[in-house]
Design a protein around this ligand. Structure first.
Ligand SMILES: Cc1ncc(CO)c(N)n1
Length: 219
C-alpha cells in the first residue's frame, strides 16, 4: 500500500467529520454567515503565511536541486496562488491591508502553525511534507465534495471558494505533494510509519479544531 493510503486510512473518520461540520456545510448550502466567513478569511490568511514558511524550510533542507525547485514551486503556489482566493474575498468583504496587518492569530491558529513549523525545523523532509499534507489534501477533498452539491459552485459568494480548491492548479499542486510523499515513503520502516501517522493524525485533528475556531469565532 502507498504511504498516503496508509495515512488516509488512519484519519478517515476525522476527515468525514469535516464534511459534516456546520462551517463547511454552510459553504456548501450558502447558509454560512458573512461574519463567520470574514473571521475565517483573516485567520486563514495569517495561517497561509506560516504554511508557506514550512515549505520554505523544505528548500533549506533539500539536498537535490529538484527538491529545491519542488518546494519553491509550493511556496509560490501558496503565496501567489491559493492566497489569491483570499485576496479576492478580502476585496469583496471590504477588508483593508491595515485590517490584515492588525489581525492577531487565534490561539488555535498559532498552535497549529507552530506545530508544523516545529516539525519543519526539527525533522526531515518527509515528516515536514506529511505535516502539511492533511491541510492540502483535505481542502481538495472538501472542495470536491462541495462541488458535487448542485449549484454550490455557482453560488454568487461561496462559489469561488469551492472553485479555488477544485481548480487545476490546486489539484496539481496537491498531487505533487502526494506523489513526493509516496516516493520518499517507499523505504520507511514500521517505526517510521507509526511516527508519520502520529504527525498526520495530529494535523488532521488541528484541521477539525480550526473549523471549530472559525465557526465559534474564537480568538
Ligand atoms: C487551516 C487550513 N488548512 C488547510 C488549508 C489549505 O491549504 C488552508 N487554507 N487552511
Amino acid at each position: 500500500m502507498k504511504l498516503t493510503e496508509i495515512l488516509y486510512e488512519d484519519v478517515k473518520e476525522i476527515w468525514d467529520g469535516y464534511l459534516k461540520h456546520p462551517f463547511v456545510s454552510g459553504i456548501g448550502d450558502g447558509s454560512l454567515s458573512l461574519e463567520r466567513f470574514r473571521f475565517y478569511m483573516l485567520q486563514d490568511y495569517l495561517y497561509l503565511y506560516d504554511y508557506a514558511r514550512v515549505y520554505a524550510l523544505g528548500i533549506v533542507k533539500s539536498r537535490e536541486p529538484e527538491m529545491m525547485q519542488f518546494f519553491s514551486q509550493l511556496v509560490n503556489d501558496t503565496l501567489n496562488g491559493e492566497m489569491d482566493i483570499h485576496r479576492g474575498y478580502m476585496a469583496r468583504l471590504g477588508i483593508t491591508p491595515e485590517e490584515v496587518a492588525n489581525v492577531k492569530p487565534s490561539i488555535m491558529n498559532t498552535s497549529y502553525t507552530h506545530y508544523m513549523l516545529e516539525v519543519g525545523h526539527n525533522e526531515g523532509i518527509l515528516e515536514l511534507l506529511v505535516s502539511i499534507l492533511s491541510c492540502s489534501w483535505s481542502y481538495q477533498m472538501i472542495g470536491e465534495a462541495l462541488n458535487q452539491i448542485p449549484g454550490a459552485a455557482d453560488h454568487p459568494f461561496y462559489g469561488d471558494w469551492i472553485k479555488g480548491y477544485v481548480s487545476e492548479e490546486y489539484v496539481a499542486c496537491n498531487q505533487s505533494i502526494l506523489d513526493t510523499v509516496d516516493r520518499l515513503g517507499e523505504h520507511c520502516s514500521e517505526a517510521d510509519i507509526a511516527h508519520l501517522k502520529d504527525i498526520f493524525k495530529t494535523c488532521s485533528r488541528f484541521e477539525a479544531f480550526f473549523w471549530d475556531m472559525a465557526w465559534n469565532m474564537t480568538l
